[in-house]
Design a binder for this molecule. Structure first.
Ligand SMILES: [Zn+2]
Length: 245
């Protein structure tokens, strides 16, 4: 089966059900206990704020709250645009935590420079969402940052040993659970805590669509939104002709 083909809102709900059936209950990064059947739901928003919003609303229906990590320096979405800011505020209003998704590869220098850049981004994100940013996750972290045993910008981060080594960790990177299904993760077999990282873009479409087609669907939606924005801004622009219709 190609990447993400089996992923859908229904299969996400089924995964949560299977963990709940094993006694797991949701916790956030600040209340998780390693020895307990606690499930920390983490979402890194790499591609689409709209997919994140859809996932956030779906999770509320399932009685779940998660932590959504937002990139500020991102080529694919703009959290500062009005539509983006609305999504971020709505995530908070739904009861989810909003954290910073931080791309350390964009920062030159050592730990001090990382701290400073992360602090600046946290301050900007706090301005956008009008609430404190308490936690950070690294976007595509270098090996040296995995298990980094210190806070960043005075805040917790999701790859600290207490969230990454002391508890189980499982991710759907590139649209697949490369290290096995979360419900058979060694931590789950042992009845201890698990951090489950999923990316909304892989889950908020019906089953049967592979990863590339999910991304193409996103590109099509973004193109249409860009054409609408251009038509609003530039009178002479013809969005129909632009779309090749
Ligand atoms: Zn990421």
């Amino acid at each position: 089966m190609s990447a993400a083909t089996g992923f859908s809102p229904e299969s996400y709900a089924a995964l949560i059900d299977s963990l709940r059936a094993r006694g797991y209950e949701g916790r956030d990064f600040f209340t998780v206990r390693p020895e307990a059947r606690h499930l920390v739901l983490r979402h890194d928003i790499d591609v689409s704020l709209d997919a994140a919003l859809a996932m956030a609303e779906f999770e509320v229906k399932l009685g779940l709250r998660a932590t959504y990590f937002v990139l500020l320096r991102c080529e694919l979405y703009n959290p500062f645009a009005e539509a983006g800011r609305k999504v971020l505020r709505h995530l908070g209003a739904l009861g989810h935590e909003v954290g910073l998704h931080f791309d350390a590869a964009l920062v030159d220098g050592g730990m001090e420079a990382l701290d400073q850049a992360a602090a600046e981004e946290c301050a900007m994100l706090e301005g956008l969402i009008d609430r404190p940013v308490r936690i950070i996750s690294f976007h595509r972290p270098a090996q040296a940052l995995l298990g980094l045993a210190r806070p960043l910008a005075g805040r917790a981060h999701a790859y600290e040993p207490r969230f990454f080594k002391a508890i189980g960790y499982c991710s759907d990177s590139r649209g697949a659970f490369h290290h096995g299904d979360p419900s058979s993760h060694p931590a789950v077999m042992a009845g201890t805590a698990l951090q489950l990282l999923t990316h909304p873009i892989w889950w908020m479409a019906e089953a049967g669509i592979d990863a590339t087609d999910r991304l193409e669907r996103y590109v099509t939606g973004r193109s249409a939104a860009m054409r609408r924005a251009l038509a609003t801004m530039i009178e002479s622009y013809d969005p129909q002709r632009g779309a090749g219709e």
